[in-house]
Design a protein around this ligand. Structure first.
Ligand SMILES: C[S@@+](CC[C@H](N)C(=O)[O-])C[C@H]1O[C@@H](n2cnc3c(N)ncnc32)[C@H](O)[C@@H]1O
Length: 208
């Protein structure tokens, strides 16, 4: 089955979640042919490089029922869609400044019956809501990203880390972190996933 890799690391999924993860490869294959949201060379590796990578956030943070999470620069829905499947009682708001990518997100979410996700064609800076967490991957450097979301966090934190940013990053981040001037916590995905792809991957946490 197509979601075997996901089940290996998340063994307690419901039947509905397994079905939803199973459908992602065919849906992205179809939509990627209409609107390019995932690099073509990566489409065969979607379960590992996109779905499981997105779920790296879930190894650092278990979102709670009722929490609000924004995915900034979601593109075709990463990390927001895999996380919305994993945490069906948490509300996800996926945002991208390119409208046709948001169309892919909406179509994929509709096809798998995701009720806890909304998607907006907007720049993150222009979103006016408040959130518990902001997630992101491959959008921009921390020093530019942080000002987009500053002031968008609910004051009261209920989770194991105070409300803040959980950003999926790779490679050597020393310079980027230094330039941002932010205090960050780094979580290494190789501690959770054994595939070579995750050797240099991290989740960066910044308090909101
Ligand atoms: C390289 S893609 C990454 C997409 C997705 N997060 C992923 O990892 O597959 C970066 C995305 O960020 C979006 N983006 C860049 N600046 C943005 C902003 N200020 N607000 C919302 N989206 C933005 C772009 O339109 C693009 O879709």
């Amino acid at each position: 089955m197509r979601s075997d890799l996901i089940k290996k690391y998340f063994p307690n999924l419901s039947g509905q979640q397994i079905e939803q993860y199973d459908r992602l490869p065919e849906l992205y294959e179809y939509w990627n042919n209409q609107i390019n949201v995932v690099s073509r060379k990566d489409i065969d590796l979607l379960p590992e490089r996109h779905v499981l990578h997105s779920l790296g956030v879930a190894k650092v943070m278990q979102f709670l029922p009722g929490e609000q999470v924004m995915d900034v620069g979601t593109g075709g829905g990463f990390p927001g869609i895999p996380l919305a499947i994993m945490f069906p009682e948490t509300s996800f708001h996926l945002v991208d400044s390119i409208g046709k990518k948001i169309k892919v997100v909406q179509e994929v979410a509709k096809a798998i019956g995701l009720q806890n996700l909304k998607a907006s064609h907007s720049r993150a800076e222009d979103i006016s809501g408040k959130f518990d967490f902001v997630v992101s991957r491959a959008v921009t450097q921390l020093k530019d990203f942080y000002p987009w979301v500053r002031g968008k966090f609910n004051k009261e934190s209920k989770n194991t880390l105070p409300n803040g940013i959980l950003y999926l990053k790779g490679g050597d981040l020393e310079q980027e972190i230094k330039e941002s001037g932010l205090k960050v916590q780094q979580y290494y995905l190789k501690d959770h996933f054994s595939e070579e792809f995750f050797d240099t991957k991290q989740v960066i946490y910044v308090k909101g």
